[in-house]
Design a protein around this ligand. Structure first.
Ligand SMILES: [Zn+2]
Length: 144
């Protein structure tokens, strides 16, 4: 897959950059043992940073990948339509009990209250094969 080949080379490039940085730091310190340590730390940190970045990027890119023709960055956002409401019972604080002596809160009371949120459908269309897909977006829950 071209995608992974491309990112594989980016990872190698960054690892190489990490090693060069490690060698540079070792020159400054002029100590063999700590140089290897510094290199390992830099290589490790760049790898962790890369994995995190790659993960975030993949999660983002996945939404724009066409499930039909498998092309990346193919899905174009189209219209957003209202798709109805969703109900749920959510716990809210309904009151407090205060101490008779100093007025401090001694107990908080909660109960389940009906809530509603709006649901929207976001349409996507593939710019290569025309495959249609959609995503759901939810509004904030509010007491109904
Ligand atoms: Zn497609």
């Amino acid at each position: 897959m071209g995608f992974f080949k491309k990112w594989g080379s980016v990872i190698l490039l960054l690892l190489a950059a990490g090693s060069i940085a490690g060698i540079f730091v070792s020159d400054l310190q002029n100590t063999q043992t700590s140089a290897i340590g510094v290199f390992l730390v830099i290589a490790f940190l760049s790898l962790i940073a890369l994995l995190a970045l790659g993960g975030v990027f993949l999660m983002y890119a996945w939404n724009y990948r066409c499930k039909s023709c498998k092309k990346w960055f193919a899905m174009k956002k189209g219209t957003t339509e209202f798709a109805g409401t969703q109900n749920a019972k959510l716990e809210v604080e309904t009151g407090v009990t205060r101490s008779e002596y100093d007025g401090k809160v001694t107990q908080r009371h909660f109960s389940k209250v009906d809530h509603t949120r709006d649901v929207y459908k976001i349409n996507y269309i593939c710019k290569y094969c025309g495959n249609k897909d959609f995503d759901s977006k939810f509004g904030k829950f509010r007491m109904s």
